[in-house]
Design a protein around this ligand. Structure first.
Ligand code: SF4
Length: 312
């Protein structure tokens, strides 16, 4: 176990050490100051929710689509922006921000919808760049051209790849295959939009070898960033039903740490790591309980990574 000093790992405060290529440092190098990401909910939908592909969604998916909830509360994009900008100006003294369209699939629907959202973004104060979350089958050349010609210095596509194993993609009712992810990444490569591939570790039925194979395939694709997520069980999902029936067992904390470090050490060194743990929303988590201790988990991964890379 990595917890509370066992194995020699202190947990009280982060230890400065050689680490992976972080998004925070990348942004600081690009802008000369801290840049804070602001999550936005643009009221997007998802073909895996609205009946186009299915109504069930991915088996792990929280029906509110990983959002902040502010969109559901009726706040438009500028109002959400002001809410978070004020919050982070006070809490982090941040003065430059990245707009992150997080909830559901933000390039789903007509290209004009995406263009209209980006027009709204032009009015947001202190905006350094944009990050658009979506799924691989909701992209086409027209949408990529709209994103590619947007005026900001920093433009990211946050792509829900999750795994490049087709059997797992079917098992989690993802509604697209690995080839769709590869095609979307190659489409983005033709623009100046960078791709951050989201990977989930601990998906049902996946072995460490499956994860390693996904990482190897991803290394061969033109991705610029990766987000690692530990799979956790959300309330009212198919995964919760599988978990309660004993058909899905989440990774242990130790197993996640080792798998995350495997991925971090196997990914191409130029790939920017946007995050290494997921962040369950309040009230949504069923299991595992360690998923709530994000700070500890990041420290455990740092220590294990340092040890794996030969640190003292
Ligand atoms: S693609 Fe995203 S929003 Fe759609 S069902 Fe899957 S996890 Fe949920």
């Amino acid at each position: 176990m990595y917890r509370h000093g066992v194995g020699g790992y202190p947990t009280e405060r982060p230890v400065l050490m050689h680490t992976w290529n972080t998004f925070t440092v990348h942004l600081r190098q690009r802008f000369g100051q801290r840049v804070q990401k602001i999550p936005l909910d643009a009221g997007a939908s998802c073909p895996n929710r609205d009946g186009t592909l299915s109504r069930a969604g991915c088996t792990f998916c929280n029906a509110i689509g990983s959002g902040s909830g502010l969109g559901l509360a009726g706040m438009n994009l500028p109002a959400q922006w002001e809410h978070w900008r004020e919050h982070f100006r006070k809490s982090n003294r941040a003065s430059l921000f990245l707009a992150y369209l997080q909830s559901f699939s933000n390039t789903y629907g007509p290209a004009s919808r995406l263009a209209a959202m980006l027009e709204i973004f032009r009015t947001l104060p202190d905006l350094a760049g944009v990050s658009v979350g979506t799924r691989p089958d909701c992209l086409d050349p027209e949408k990529m051209a709209i994103l590619g010609t947007a005026p900001w210095k920093e433009k990211w596509l946050e792509l829900g790849v999750q795994t490049l194993n087709d059997a797992t993609l079917r098992r989690i009712n993802r509604g697209h295959d690995a080839a769709a992810s590869a095609k979307a990444i190659e489409l983005a490569e033709k623009t100046n939009v960078q791709v951050c591939a989201h990977l989930m570790l601990g998906l049902p039925g996946e072995t460490p070898d499956d994860v390693h194979a996904t990482v190897r395939r991803l290394n061969a694709l033109p991705v610029h960033g990766v987000k690692l997520h530990n799979v956790y069980v959300c309330r009212n999902t198919a995964l919760e039903r599988a978990y309660r029936a004993g058909e899905y067992v989440p990774l242990t904390e130790d197993a996640y740490v080792e798998l995350a470090v495997d991925a971090l050490t196997e990914l191409r060194p130029d790939i920017i790591i946007h995050r290494v743990v997921a962040d369950p929303a309040p009230g949504e988590l069923v299991a595992p309980d360690w998923a709530t201790r994000k700070g500890d988990l990041v420290r455990f991964i740092q220590h294990a990574y340092h040890r794996r890379c030969g640190g003292a």
